[in-house]
Design a protein around this ligand. Structure first.
Ligand code: ME8
Length: 520
């Protein structure tokens, strides 16, 4: 089983373009692995506890439960709108999750992995954590990223993170593929060196925070939101410490892939989560891989409420369509790197690569077949060098696509697909089927050219399906071969369209985005 997860989004606000990117990326990878014939379980969801939620709900004069129910539905309805299809949905207020978190806490407490101590220090409300001197800036102050910082002294419960850091360091050093892309590993190892010897505060006293999961061994405390949230990766697939359900063993078969943004590798996933899994008995072979993506910025700046530059994915999907949004989000960024979100590029990439190139190829291939050969695709005899070159282009670009997609490099996969589409359009220009149609003697040649174009459309529809599943289905419907969508990548060999096959009447699948009408 290929088990894929995303970060679970905070429900203290509405979804933004960064949330949409991560979920679309995961959806594309899940669909790609299904296309490869793998069984996939894709889990995503929302992170509903914590101080930020409690504070925002208080400001709005409603209970945290009411507040999270409202914001959660904004996330789930966005995923439906833009075709993010998951197998499991994590909501951390779910009693199933709560029971699992409490069982893990009880187990760790019973094994002396959790202890109580008093601590005095600076606390950041925004980040919901105690700060140390390492968090001070060069001038010795706690910078604005920490928000309001107050000095407090309180008793709390601590997880013995320090028991696991030696193991973690060794494990990471010896594992080439736990952190993807690899350049993020150095950052994590540095942080780990600085972290050695410190334990993790995993509780918050109820006089400060009530909106959380109560500690099973002390009703005056709730669980730290990160300790609670990270457990979603196992609680929603049937894990319990004592009585693990068969469901869990079927899903967590080998190494799952957690997709996360670069801001939550250190320390949350790279240190806390791996150490937590080690503490509850996961072996090295079962440790997840962390696929760390970069961020979308706006004109080089971080998206933030205070800068007022947050981009709303719902508005974008309404204006430009879900296909344009999905395509842009995985096309204009290299997985692992940051990118600048640019509406002009969204429109340009859709209009050039989809409307002008792929859309044009589909329209002309299918329209000409409809007009010149009554919609019947047939093989027309011997192959010329041009035909062979087209078949070679398809072979090479499908191979490049597979390699890129296997490495989670969606943008490069789409580039390979586009290269073949461009090749086909140039082939059509050179072969001029409209000229061939003028003379009956060219009947066989015309059939061969149209067959090469239609066959390419069939392959492109399948290669496009992880990114634009709806458009892919529209294309195979026009080819009158909806069954193509059940094919696996290994089945993609020349000859998907049987000779004598009749296609449907073509309809435009990628209508050009007219920016003038959008501005009006
Ligand atoms: O961190 N571009 O939630 P979150 C790309 N609840 N990705 C972005 C982004 C941007 N501009 N802004 C945020 C949390 N993200 C925790 C996770 S997991 C057990 C708990 C990504 O709503 C961010 O990197 O702040 C993270 O992976 C995800 O959106 C959710 O962020």
């Amino acid at each position: 089983m290929f088990f894929l997860t995303t970060a679970i989004d905070y429900t203290n606000g509405s979804p933004h373009i960064g949330h949409a990117y991560e979920k679309v990326l995961a959806d594309v990878i899940a669909r790609y692995r299904r296309l490869c014939g793998e069984e996939v379980f894709f889990l995503t969801g929302v992170d509903q506890h914590g101080q930020k939620v409690q504070q925002t709900a208080e400001k709005e004069g409603i209970t945290p439960a009411e507040f999270v129910a409202r914001t959660t539905s904004k996330f789930s309805s966005l995923w439906e709108k833009i075709g993010v299809e998951y197998d499991g949905w994590a909501e951390t207020v779910d009693p199933r999750h709560k029971a699992c978190v409490q069982a893990i806490l009880s187990d760790l407490y019973a094994r002396d992995q959790i202890y109580k101590k008093s601590y005095k220090g600076h606390y950041s409300v925004r980040q919901e954590q105690f700060l140390t001197d390492r968090d001070r800036d060069e001038a010795g102050n706690f910078g604005p990223e920490w928000g309001e910082v107050t000095e407090i002294e309180e008793e709390n419960y601590y997880f013995k993170l320090s028991d696991h850091t030696d193991w973690l360091k060794n494990f990471l050093e010896q594992s080439p593929d736990t952190i993807l892309p690899a350049f993020r590993k150095a950052e994590l190892l540095n942080a780990l060196d600085r972290n050695t010897g410190t334990d993790l505060c995993i509780s918050r006293p109820k006089d400060r925070l009530t909106w959380g999961i109560e500690l099973p061994f002390d009703k005056d405390f709730v669980t730290y939101v990160w300790f609670d949230a990270l457990i979603n990766y196992i609680s929603f697939v049937g894990y319990t410490p004592d009585d693990t359900l068969p469901e869990f063993a079927e899903i967590w078969t080998d190494r799952p892939v957690h997709i996360i943004g670069k801001d939550i590798l250190v320390p949350a996933h790279g240190i806390y989560w791996l150490a937590m899994l080690h503490a509850i008995g996961f072996t090295d072979e079962k440790m997840p891989q962390l696929l760390v993506h970069g961020w979308w910025n706006i004109r080089g700046e971080k998206m933030s409420k205070s800068l007022g530059n947050i981009i709303d994915p719902v508005e974008l999907a309404d204006t430009f369509g879900s296909d344009a949004l999905r395509y842009y989000l995985v096309r204009d960024i290299h997985t692992g790197k940051d990118s600048d979100f640019d509406l002009d590029r969204l429109v340009m990439l859709f209009n050039t690569e989809l409307a002008n190139e792929l859309g044009n190829l589909c329209n002309r291939a299918l329209n000409m077949s409809k007009r010149f050969t009554d919609g019947v695709i047939s093989f027309g005899g011997s192959l010329t060098d041009d035909d062979k070159a087209l078949q070679q282009s398809l072979k090479e670009n499908t191979e490049a696509y597979r390699k890129a997609m296997q490495n989670h490099e969606i943008s490069m996969g789409l580039e390979a697909l586009n290269r073949h589409v461009v090749h086909c359009n140039q082939y059509a220009e050179r072969m001029k089927p409209w000229e061939l149609n003028k003379n009956l003697e060219n009947k066989d040649r015309l059939a061969t050219v149209l067959h090469h174009l239609a066959e390419s459309v069939a392959h492109c529809a399948i290669l496009l399906s992880p990114v634009l599943p709806e458009a892919s289905r529209k294309l195979t419907a026009q080819l009158n071969l909806p069954k193509l969508n059940d094919l696996k990548l290994d089945d993609l060999e020349w000859g998907l369209i049987p000779t004598g096959h009749e296609i449907e009447k073509p309809q435009p699948v990628f209508p050009r985005i007219d920016t003038r009408s959008k501005e009006a």
